[in-house]
Design a protein. Structure first.
Length: 281
């Protein structure tokens, strides 16, 4: 299918086509561009996640569990144990939140294992010119999730500590001091570092996931482009086909690790950040 989508622009056009979103412009400029494909796949996968967990919960048995129930129970116990070890606050929101984040990010990442041309090719047959299936390879998706985590950090911090203690830590940590004058002198450096910390958290959380998934998606596109515009009449086509098969298999096996690891890191850092927000300094 790579050959059929190459067009006359060669590899450059092929890569550009696969890295272009299905976009709806709501105004002037890139800021107002609405990536419909990222939203559709994120919402669709979220619905699949919800339906699977509801189905497992309704069919759960105290006897010998099925394979799906066993897998869900292992996941729940693993995340619940991690939350108990990391988060020492009183909120009951953290464990369900961590499970939701891990599974949803994992499912969005998992879309990268589908054949590069499969869904874009199917989309073209129904009038969809561009279609990107990996929502986490879109900075808008990862930044949106990170901003949500940022707001939850503030919510948990205010809930666990109260407004006075929570905002007083902006000027009293990480540099602690005793006495009025030392506290006043260290207030501005503490505030500056806290503001930087609050801004860096969502940026690092979003850029880490986006960067890894974008790179993974691009490598799959480059591998698919090895046989772009190939002809069955040339011997080199079969040579490059074997190279493509080997490269794709190796990268797929490695990318499965990246997919799982990035979902785990995003969920784990969320728990850590929420735990830090709940701890009293």
């Amino acid at each position: 299918m790579a050959a059929s989508e190459g067009g006359s622009g060669g590899l450059t056009e092929y890569i550009g086509h696969h890295l272009t979103h299905l976009t709806v412009n709501q105004g002037h400029g890139a800021f107002w561009a609405f990536h419909l494909d990222s939203v559709a796949f994120a919402v669709g996968l979220a619905m699949i996640f919800v339906l699977i967990f509801i189905g497992v919960a309704r069919r759960a048995t105290s006897g010998v569990p099925g394979k799906l129930q066993a897998a869900v129970e292992i996941l729940v116990e693993m995340v619940d144990g991690t939350v108990k070890e990391t988060f020492h606050g009183t909120s009951k929101l953290i464990a369900p939140l961590a499970i939701t984040i891990f599974v949803l990010v994992f499912l969005m990442n998992l879309m990268d294992l589908l054949p590069v041309d499969l869904l874009p090719w199917a989309g073209q047959h129904v009038g969809v010119e561009h279609l990107r299936v990996v929502a986490t390879a879109d900075i808008n998706t990862t930044l949106g999730m990170s901003i949500t985590v940022f707001l939850l950090i503030w919510y948990i911090g205010l809930k666990e500590k109260g407004p006075v203690l929570y905002f007083s830590e902006f000027v009293s940590a990480p540099f602690h001091a005793h006495g009025f004058l030392p506290r006043v002198l260290l207030a501005f450096p503490n505030l500056l570092l806290r503001v930087i910390e609050e801004l860096v958290r969502p940026l690092s959380l979003s850029l880490r996931l986006f960067g890894n998934m974008y790179a993974g998606e691009l490598i799959f596109v480059l591998i698919a482009g090895l046989t772009l515009e190939a002809s069955a009449a040339h011997f080199s086509t079969y040579v490059w086909g074997i190279v493509q098969l080997i490269a794709d298999s190796v990268w797929t096996l490695f990318h499965i690790l990246i997919i799982t690891l990035q979902a785990f890191i995003f969920g784990m850092l969320t728990i850590v950040y929420l735990s830090m927000a709940a701890e009293k300094h």
